[in-house]
Ligand binder design. Structure first.
Ligand SMILES: [Zn+2]
Length: 399
C-alpha cells in the first residue's frame, strides 16, 4: 500500500458482488476520506484477496455473552463506565474479525442511552467501532420472552409513543418480541402480542422509515410476521418450507442465529441444566436451515442474513462461527458471503454505501491470506485465521 496526498492506493485481488453475482477483479483501489475513490484494473497477482467487511445483523452490544443476564444488568446499573470499557473492547475485537457493520437487536434493560453514547464517543475518538444500527429498546407485552428487559406496552397510545421515542433516539430499527419463551410441557411458544398493536407497529415503522424485526420461533409468530410483511424474522426455528417460500416471495430476511443456539446448547450440556430446551431449539433450527438451503429446487433461500446473536447467553462478540455453521449445514461459501455482505447491507438499507467494493462505497474491507471461496468447510471453522487485516472507513486495523 502506498499513500500520497491523502490518497491510499491498495492493489488487491478483490471479490466483489456485481448484481448479486460474485465477480473477480484484479484491481487497485484508491481510497480517500474513508471511501473508495476509484478502482483500476491491474495484471499482476496481489498479496491479498479482499472482500467487503462482514455485516452481523443480529447482535447485542449491551450484552456480554454471560450465561445469565444478571451480570450485564448489574454492570449497566452500578458500573456503567466499566460496561463501556468492555463494550469498546468488544467493538475492537469484532472489527478485527472482519465485522465492520452491525445491527443491534436491542439491549437488556431500559437505562441504556448513556451506555450507547459511550460507544459513539469511542468511535468519534477514532477507536474501531463497527457501523451500528440500533434499536434503543425491544418492545413486548407481559408474558413475552425476556419481557422484564423490554419496553412493555399496555395500550395502543403507549405503543405509538414508544415508536415515536425510538425514532427520536436515533434508532433505525424496531424489534418486537411477541411470543413467550419455550413452554416446556408442550414444547410450544405462545403468541402474546395483541394483533391490533402489531398492525399499528407495521404502519408506523413504515411511515417513519424504521426497519421492523420480529423475534419469532413458533409457527404462529412466523405467520404473523408474514401476514404483516415485517422486514426481518429472527431465529424462525420452526419455519415450515411453505413459510420459508412465502418469506422469500415477500423479501423478508431471516437471521437464523445458529451460533447463539449452538452456544446455548453447549453451555447447557456443560452445566447439566436446560439441555432439553436448548437441544429442542437447536434441532429445529438446524432442520429449518437445511430445508432453507435447498428451498428452490436445490438452490438456497435468497434472504439469509449473518446474525449470530452475539452477546446473548454464552455467545461471543468477536466470532465468525455463525458463518462456519451456515456452511457446515450446507450453504455454499458464496451464499454465506452474500448473506454476510450484500444481504446485510440491503437489510440495513445501507446498500448504497456498504456490502460491496465499488467507487463511492465505504472502504470497509477484509484482507485475506487465502481466497475464502476456495477454503473448505473445515477451514471455515477457523475462518478468522485467514484474515490478515481489516480496513474500516479507510483505516487499517491490525491485531
Ligand atoms: Zn438476540
Amino acid at each position: 500500500m502506498k499513500d500520497s496526498a491523502g490518497v491510499r492506493t491498495v492493489p488487491v485481488d478483490a471479490i466483489a458482488f456485481l448484481q448479486d453475482n460474485v465477480a473477480w477483479n484484479r484491481v487497485s483501489f484508491c481510497i480517500q476520506d474513508g471511501k473508495i475513490l476509484s478502482c483500476e484494473s491491474r495484471n499482476d497477482p496481489a498479496q491479498f484477496f479482499v472482500t467487503p467487511g462482514f455485516v452481523n445483523c443480529h447482535m447485542h452490544w449491551l450484552m456480554l455473552g454471560e450465561p445469565t443476564l444478571e451480570r450485564e444488568i448489574e454492570l449497566m446499573k452500578n458500573r456503567p463506565d466499566e460496561m463501556i470499557d468492555i463494550m469498546v473492547e468488544n467493538a475492537r475485537s469484532t472489527v478485527l474479525k472482519g465485522i465492520t457493520a452491525c445491527c443491534d437487536k436491542g439491549p437488556p434493560g431500559l437505562e441504556t442511552h448513556r451506555i450507547y453514547q459511550g460507544l459513539r464517543t469511542a468511535k468519534s475518538c477514532g477507536l474501531p467501532v463497527p457501523k451500528t444500527l440500533v434499536s434503543t429498546w425491544t418492545i413486548s407485552v407481559d408474558g413475552a420472552f425476556a419481557s422484564p428487559l423490554s419496553r412493555r406496552v399496555y395500550s395502543q397510545n403507549e405503543l405509538e409513543q414508544v415508536i415515536r421515542e425510538l425514532h427520536e433516539t436515533g434508532a433505525g430499527i424496531m424489534k418486537i418480541i411477541p411470543e413467550s419463551g419455550l413452554r416446556l410441557a408442550q414444547f410450544t411458544y405462545d403468541w402474546v402480542f395483541p394483533e391490533a398493536y402489531f398492525a399499528v407497529a407495521r404502519e408506523m415503522t413504515a411511515r417513519l422509515g424504521l426497519i421492523l424485526a420480529i423475534h419469532a420461533k413458533g409457527p404462529e409468530s412466523i405467520g404473523m410476521g408474514l401476514k404483516y410483511s415485517v422486514d426481518c424474522i429472527e431465529h424462525a426455528t420452526e419455519a415450515s418450507v411453505t413459510q420459508l417460500k412465502e418469506m422469500q416471495g415477500k423479501g423478508i430476511y431471516l437471521s437464523p442465529t445458529l451460533e447463539g443456539l449452538w452456544c446455548r446448547l453447549n453451555y447447557a450440556t456443560s452445566a447439566g441444566s436446560g439441555v432439553a430446551t436448548a437441544a429442542f431449539e437447536w434441532g429445529n433450527a438446524t432442520q429449518m436451515f437445511r430445508n432453507a438451503v435447498v428451498l428452490n429446487d436445490g438452490k438456497p433461500f435468497t434472504h439469509f442474513l449473518f446474525g449470530s446473536d452475539a452477546g446473548s447467553a454464552s455467545t461471543p462478540h468477536a466470532s465468525l462461527r455463525e458463518l462456519y455453521l451456515m456452511r457446515k449445514l450446507g450453504l455454499p461459501a458464496e451464499d454465506c458471503l452474500r448473506a454476510a455482505m450484500v444481504n446485510g447491507a440491503r437489510f440495513m438499507r445501507l446498500h448504497g454505501s456498504i456490502g460491496q467494493l465499488t467507487p463511492g462505497y465505504c472502504a470497509d474491507m477484509i484482507f485475506w491470506r487465502r481466497n475464502p471461496l476456495e477454503l473448505d468447510v473445515a477451514d471455515w471453522e477457523h475462518l478468522d485465521q485467514y484474515i490478515a487485516a481489516v480496513m474500516l472507513d479507510g483505516n487499517l486495523i491490525e491485531p
